[in-house]
Design a binder for this molecule. Structure first.
Ligand SMILES: Cc1cc2nc3c(=O)[nH]c(=O)nc-3n(C[C@H](O)[C@H](O)[C@H](O)COP(=O)(O)O)c2cc1C
Length: 311
């Protein structure tokens, strides 16, 4: 059987296959070591890292929904120091390609994180999660807007990260906008090397017995198969509008789902909360993409990217 070239170039990050995992659904990699060799993934994307450790929101912070889940984890993470000291050695020892997702409350926070990650060999690419509260929004304490909802702020944050590192910079955007191409074009204009689409869709659930919201945070982010058609459409829109590549995520459960995103124009895909249901979902997705290519006589995965046929 002929071999298939699965290697892709995601904004300067070379991945041996187009499959990574979505930030926050795969810990720091070692958590999944019992299920498969995580270095077989195109890259491992780690949980959002902040300058200081964060304990996140109080429970309950996860609710099951039809075809998905709502989460309000609140960006709990070990912080950059513990990541570099305790989590990174495993990923480096395994020779994983690392996408470090970062989160802060100002452009300076993002710049500081990116600078440290590069200086200490903590990442091969940076993914800046801009689904963070917009500090210029007076409403923010009552569930105000996100940075990713304001193209002019996407420019400020992206420029700050780009100025702080020579690593490829991916800007992770929110689907909670009317037109995804506006923040995506803003990221491109500010020098982003790729955009990551999509983060979770904001939603809520109410317990009818107690009449209280089912999440302590009241609202949370919807992920899983329920959001896949929305994500696919946004990836398709963004891929047509941009010169830079798209890293796609949102409800990818298997290879067929991932291939839809590649056909829609994504250069790479990330498996998210599917790993909670099947810990080997990401590697099975990569294997399934290879099988699909063989079956369809595709010698190079790059032939598939954007190849949706629309008459
Ligand atoms: C439990 C959970 C935690 C998450 N944490 C983060 C995070 O720390 N940073 C981030 O950028 N996205 C985070 N996300 C969003 C995912 O990376 C992804 O964008 C989203 O879940 C859509 O993919 P999926 O439907 O395949 O899960 C989280 C999602 C879930 C379900």
């Amino acid at each position: 059987m002929t071999t298939v070239n699965l290697q892709i170039d995601l904004g300067g990050l070379i991945m041996k296959n187009p499959v990574t995992v979505a930030s926050g659904t795969f810990g720091y990699g070692a958590e999944y070591a019992d299920y498969f060799d995580v270095s077989r993934l195109g890259a491992v994307t780690v949980k959002s890292l902040s300058l200081e450790p964060r304990s996140g929101n109080p429970p309950p912070r996860i609710v099951e929904t039809p075809a998905g889940m709502l989460n309000a984890i609140g960006l709990q993470n070990v912080g950059i120091d513990v990541y570099l000291k305790e989590k990174l050695p495993y990923l480096r020892e395994k020779k994983c390609v690392i996408i470090a997702n970062i989160y802060g409350s100002s452009p300076d926070d993002y710049a500081a994180l990116a600078q440290r990650l590069e200086a200490e060999g903590g990442a091969d690419a940076i993914e800046a999660n801009l689904s963070c509260p917009n500090v210029h929004d007076a409403q923010q304490t009552r569930g105000g807007s996100l940075v990713a909802q304001h193209p002019e702020q996407v420019v400020r944050y992206t420029e700050a990260v780009k100025a702080a590192t020579t690593l490829p910079v991916f800007i992770k955007l929110s689907p909670n906008v009317a037109d995804i191409t506006a923040p995506a074009l803003a990221a491109q204009e500010a020098g982003a090397d790729a955009v990551s689409l999509i983060n979770t869709l904001i939603g809520m659930a109410i317990d009818t017995e107690t009449r209280k919201p089912r999440l302590s945070n009241i609202v949370g982010g919807l992920s899983g198969p329920a959001i896949r058609p929305v994500a696919l459409k946004m990836v398709w829109d963004a891929a047509r509008a941009l010169r830079i590549p798209v890293l796609a995520m949102g409800g990818i459960m298997c290879a067929d789902d991932a291939i839809q995103f590649l056909l829609a124009g994504a250069r790479a895909v990330a498996v998210g909360c599917a790993s909670f249901r099947r810990p080997d979902a990401a590697i099975k997705t990569a294997q399934g993409i290879e099988l699909y290519c063989r079956k369809h006589g595709i010698a190079d995965i790059n032939e598939l990217i954007g190849a949706v046929e629309i008459s």
